[in-house]
Design a protein around this ligand. Sequence first.
Ligand code: OAD
Length: 257
Amino acid sequence: MPTISDTLVCRLAEADHVAVLTGAGISAESGIPTFRDPDGLWDEFEPQELANVEAFLDNPTLVQGWYQRRRQVVEEAEPNAGHRALKALEAHVPSVSVVTQNVDDLHNRAGSDAVIELHGNITRNYCVDCERTAAPEAVDAAIRNGEPACCPACDGLIRPDVVWFGERLPPEAVERADAATARADVLLSVGTSAVVYPAARYPVRAREHGAYVAEVNPDTTGVTPDVDESIRGPAGEVLPALVEAVADRSEEGAGAP
Ligand code: OAD
């Protein structure tokens, strides 16, 4: 087990608010490929090729089919020990916000109370014309017939509720993430290469506001030079050990005269 500092454990045990920035690495142990690792998601297509509105309008069936396959992987996956540990942290810290770049819904399914989805959610779909929510089954049925999935109400194309290249992030999510990172006593950056903005700026921003910042990642990342502490290991091992150490520290604190 990689070393976890006493400072981090103490700061977490004493924190009023903890922000956790997560990326694809936290879901890797659930079987969902990351983006940039060697066996990552982008081996078949370059992200720019499919994850943009022009590609979608040009070939909706191809883009809908690619997202359908990714959604099915998410539906078959389960939250892992890392997601569950972040839920468990809520028992020891008054307020925990999870700011995620992931479009899977594994933090929600693990039960985390405050999940801020910066890049949307692949399990949701909506019509590009009337913006009504569309059931994934409607997409699946159309794809089975080799047709583009269209809205039953207005016949507009159906797209996944994710942020594509060139699109704005959902303003409400950005606002909540900005607030959560600015008031954090501790920020954990977990399983992200920290190269995509604005998410990548949150660890730096939190530190500027006085937070203690630690990253959990087997490899170096874009924010490694800017964090107080790097814990080099998989989230599914490190996070449960970290939360257990915080629980032990909180109990010791509670017993003190
Ligand atoms: P990346 O694929 O860029 O980075 C995944 C990170 O997870 C790497 O730093 C790995 O070292 C790390 N990692 C792998 N296994 C891990 C494990 N078991 N525990 C902890 N860490 C592990 O994914 P993101 O940083 O999430 O945006 O990518 C950010 C954004 O880039 C994505 O949200 C996506 C993409 O463009 C959009 O689609 C808008």
